[in-house]
Design a protein around this ligand. Structure first.
Ligand SMILES: *[C@@H]1O[C@H](CO)[C@@H](O)[C@H](O)[C@H]1NC(C)=O
Ligand SMILES: *[C@@H]1O[C@H](CO)[C@@H](O)[C@H](O)[C@H]1NC(C)=O
Ligand SMILES: *[C@@H]1O[C@H](CO)[C@@H](O)[C@H](O)[C@H]1NC(C)=O
Ligand SMILES: *[C@@H]1O[C@H](CO)[C@@H](O)[C@H](O)[C@H]1NC(C)=O
Ligand SMILES: *[C@@H]1O[C@H](CO)[C@@H](O)[C@H](O)[C@H]1NC(C)=O
Ligand SMILES: *[C@@H]1O[C@H](CO)[C@@H](O)[C@H](O)[C@H]1NC(C)=O
Ligand SMILES: *[C@@H]1O[C@H](CO)[C@@H](O)[C@H](O)[C@H]1NC(C)=O
Length: 364
């Protein structure tokens, strides 16, 4: 019985690999699997059963999503939903919290709202799954995939080598750590340059762990203009030097991530790393959008006594979601994610993705 099952699964694998050969045909799945690491930009339900304020499984979240509120931190599909669609996946990648059985062969989403590169990041909101813990969860998945593939080590490695891995993390290491001095000491220990260095050093170790677990095609997302998120505009009381100070700190991190991508591409044989230039996509899309609202959230968010990031449970939301960049005080609306995910997948300008976009990463 178990042996029969393994044969069926191996057959399924062969079919998947064959489908992979036809990746240039529109509509077919381009890679066998997609693994997702990160924070609330990618989370699709991992925080639902954690004790934390960083949750999105209540209305009005999911107001434009067929299944309603699922734990996605937006009105509709999130960043990785859009990328998975472009990659040809028929269904979204399941969250680690609920993924079971054979579905893990298509990939798993480990992302967790409020999580960071550093393990203490986000703790003032409650529980969250830091990047280190996400990698431990991936280790569990890798061993389950080996089992599913008949404990054939080389077959499992060849399979994992073909997958796309997305890593979009670091925003909380700034917004839910460095720039909350009342909760975290980091801004007293490190200046901005030093903090960017320690973050990228830790990220580099974490990416090496991911690489050891068989990842060869890795997309790293740079951070956006965090100073210009509605929550920080409120905290800064619209003071532009306060806002720019946050954006400048984040730019130091982004520059070092680009260097990391270069170093990995030069030194790790077979591995391909790409950098998604979130600031470039954000700048060039806002100029083309014109009248869109970029400084206030679509849903109702509490500002007192402390500015909050998430929508008020069962609060109101704007009716014309497509005219707003921000859904709540920090997360993009679905239309925002369509732009970010779409251009990460297929670059519209050479600066969008370095050295190339996710479509090329899938084909390489
Ligand atoms: C995805 O759905 C389409 C249309 O329903 C179908 O033709 C295709 O075979 C499906 N692809 C996979 C990989 O399941
Ligand atoms: C593992 O799978 C590969 C590729 O299908 C095959 O060539 C090899 O013989 C298998 N090894 C074992 C120990 O079954
Ligand atoms: C910041 O500016 C926006 C629009 O320009 C305004 O709606 C908001 O009340 C201002 N916030 C503060 C804290 O001054
Ligand atoms: C604006 O912020 C800067 C730096 O954060 C501070 O030095 C300055 O006093 C602030 N200006 C006002 C008008 O609050
Ligand atoms: C990797 O390659 C870069 C050149 O891009 C080099 O400067 C660096 O020292 C190398 N080693 C490591 C461990 O990154
Ligand atoms: C990212 O975009 C900015 C412009 O927004 C550009 O200055 C920078 O060189 C780009 N970075 C890369 C690695 O392409
Ligand atoms: C909603 O937004 C679209 C796109 O910006 C615009 O064309 C339309 O007039 C807006 N509708 C309302 C009711 O504001």
């Amino acid at each position: 019985m178990a042996c029969q099952m393994k044969k069926i699964l191996l057959l399924l694998l062969v079919v998947l690999l064959l489908l992979n050969l036809q990746h240039r045909v529109d509509g077919t799945q381009q890679v066998p699997c997609f693994f997702i690491f990160g924070d609330s930009l990618s989370d699709n339900g991992n925080n639902n059963n954690l004790v934390t304020m960083a949750k999105a499984n209540y209305q009005p979240y999911g107001i434009d999503f067929p299944e309603g509120p699922t734990g996605r931190f937006t009105n509709g599909r999130n960043l990785v939903d859009i990328i998975a669609e472009h990659l040809g996946f028929n269904n979204s990648i399941p969250p680690f919290a609920t993924a079971r059985g054979q579905e893990i062969l298509k990939g798993v989403n480990y992302a967790s709202g409020a999580a960071g590169i550093r393990k203490e990041t986000g703790q003032q909101q409650g529980d969250r799954i830091s990047l280190d813990r996400q990698l431990l969860n991936h280790q569990v998945t890798v061993s389950n995939i080996k089992n599913l593939l008949g404990n054939n080590e080389s077959l499992a490695t060849a399979y994992l080598n073909k997958c796309i891995y997305s890593v979009a993390i670091g925003s909380n290491d700034y917004l839910n750590n460095y720039f909350l001095p009342q909760f975290y000491p980091t801004s007293r220990i490190y200046n901005q340059e030093q903090y960017a260095t320690v973050l990228v050093q830790q990220l580099s170790q974490q990416l090496l762990t991911l690489h050891k677990l068989g990842a060869l095609k890795i997309a790293l997302f740079g951070l956006g203009f965090l100073g210009h998120t509605p929550v920080e505009l409120t905290m800064c009381r619209n003071n532009s030097s306060c806002v720019d100070n946050i954006d400048n700190a984040v730019a130091l991190f982004n520059d070092k991530v680009v260097t990391l991508v270069n170093n990995f591409n030069n030194n790790l044989t077979n591995a391909k790393f790409i950098y998604i230039n979130t600031t470039e996509i954000s700048l060039s899309s806002s100029t083309s959008e014109g009248s869109i609202v970029t400084n206030v959230p679509c849903c109702e968010v509490l500002k007192n006594p402390q500015p909050q990031t998430e929508c008020i449970p069962f609060g109101t939301a704007c009716s014309n979601r497509s005219q707003y960049s921000f859904w709540d005080a920090v997360h993009p609306t679905e239309v925002g994610y369509v732009v970010y995910g779409g251009r990460a997948y297929r670059a519209q300008s050479p600066a969008d993705a370095y050295p190339h976009d996710i479509e090329h990463l899938a084909q390489s």
